[in-house]
Design a protein around this ligand. Structure first.
Ligand code: ADP
Ligand code: MG
Length: 380
């Protein structure tokens, strides 16, 4: 059933606006967005959809295909952080961040995510972006995409209570088809880097381990604090501002864990630069090696991997992938593997077999194609 029919079923009339915003895969630059580094994500073809009906009063009603039977109610004038069910805060938080001086009437909203939820593909930012993009369009604010991304991040940080960086929202809003987005996380300056794998006979396989991760628990905050602590001790605003050489020279000033966390971030910032060069040269062997180095760094220094992710990466590489790594916050979610298009079926089979042998739950697979960012897909 189309989202407009589902909207109609719940609210009893047809929506006037439908927006879409994609999930993302971060090719490289993992856990550097809060360290001031560049990241290189791209949008995937799966979107979070949102259908809107404007109301003449100030009420907000939200229903989700993924939360059957629940309708969350709010009011644009009386939103406070942590209001409502967790899932609805990703929507209400965007209203709150934009504020009732901008959002001047209520809405009925139906959401439906094609982005797997909690799989490290950022269904949360896709959802926020679909709301912010649609409201900007509806009210003709002409806010820029980076400005919208900042409002979405504020929603997730302060209203939902998840201390995420800016990358996911930025790429969901700013991505272009056939390109990765080189994004300076300090300024949100960006460049579209052509990344058209299929032309070169390659695919990026996403392996969803189906192991749930939850950024609200302490792991992410602990890593982030370690990086901030290292920057403070080293006297820089973010780890971006210290060279790899200076960092090594001052190693003795940091305790072992803080050193390892910061070492990941600093080397990852360098790997991201090298990945942009590799893409420019279409040197996919070099790109693959960088992905694998990132995995090793996340596994051994940042320690955010888990047995399922390590298994997916190791098996992919053992069976011909040019490189592979875990993506996202960690402790589950998805891994990516850069593979020859013809090898997809065999690599998926090997990973499934290995998961079964280890007693892990069945992984899911799909190919990620660099796709377009947020847009309006229907308007009446
Ligand atoms: P990820 O962003 O990697 O998918 P998160 O834990 O950051 O994982 O965000 C997932 C959360 O976003 C879900 O637990 C839910 O609260 C919310 N969410 C995203 N899309 C939807 C949707 N369509 N319906 C309901 N909740 C959603
Ligand atoms: Mg998320």
């Amino acid at each position: 059933m189309e989202i407009s029919e589902k909207f109609n079923e719940v609210f009893g009339y047809s929506p006037e606006l439908i927006s879409a915003a994609p999930g993302r895969v971060n090719l490289i630059g993992e856990h550097v967005d809060y360290n001031g580094g560049d990241v290189l994500p791209f949008a995937i073809s799966q979107n979070s959809l949102a259908a809107f009906g404007a109301r003449s009063d100030s009420k907000i009603r939200i229903a989700s295909q993924q939360k059957p039977g629940e309708i969350i109610q709010g009011d644009i004038h009386i939103l406070t952080p942590l209001y409502g069910q967790l899932w609805s805060r990703y929507v209400l938080g965007v209203f709150w961040a934009l504020g009732d001086s901008r959002v001047t009437n209520g809405f009925d909203i139906y959401i439906d995510s094609q982005v797997p939820i909690g799989a490290g593909l950022s269904s949360s930012a896709a959802l926020e972006s679909s709301i912010a993009y649609a409201l900007n369009h509806f009210f003709h604010w002409n806010l820029s995409l980076p400005e919208l991304a900042r409002f979405c991040q504020k929603a997730e940080n302060d209203f939902v209570g998840v201390p995420c960086g800016i990358m996911d929202q930025a790429v969901s809003l700013m991505a272009e088809e056939g390109a990765a987005l080189l994004l300076d996380t300090r300024t949100l300056a960006s460049t579209h880097i052509p990344f058209d794998l299929s032309k070169d006979g390659l695919e990026l396989l996403v392996i969803d381990t189906q192991v749930h991760h939850d950024l609200i628990d302490g792991g992410y905050a602990e890593r982030r604090n370690s990086c901030e602590k290292a920057a403070e001790i080293l006297g820089v605003k973010t780890l971006r501002e210290i060279s790899a050489e200076d960092f090594e020279r001052r190693k003795s000033e940091l305790d072992k864990t803080t050193y390892l966390r910061a070492h990941h971030a600093i080397t990852e910032i360098v790997r991201t630069e090298l990945a942009v060069q590799a893409l420019g040269n279409k040197d996919y062997v070099a790109l693959g090696n960088l992905l694998t180095q990132t995995h090793i760094s996340l596994r051994d220094e940042f320690t955010v991997s888990c047995p399922e992710l390590n298994c997916a990466v190791d098996v992919a590489i053992a069976h011909g992938a040019l490189g592979a790594r875990m993506i996202g916050g960690g402790y589950g979610g998805s891994a990516i593997a850069l593979i020859q298009a013809g090898e997809r079926v065999s690599i998926e089979g090997e990973i499934s077999t290995a998961f079964r042998d280890q007693g892990f739950i069945e992984p899911r697979f799909f190919a990620a194609l660099p796709s377009a960012g947020a847009r309006i897909i229907e308007q009446r």
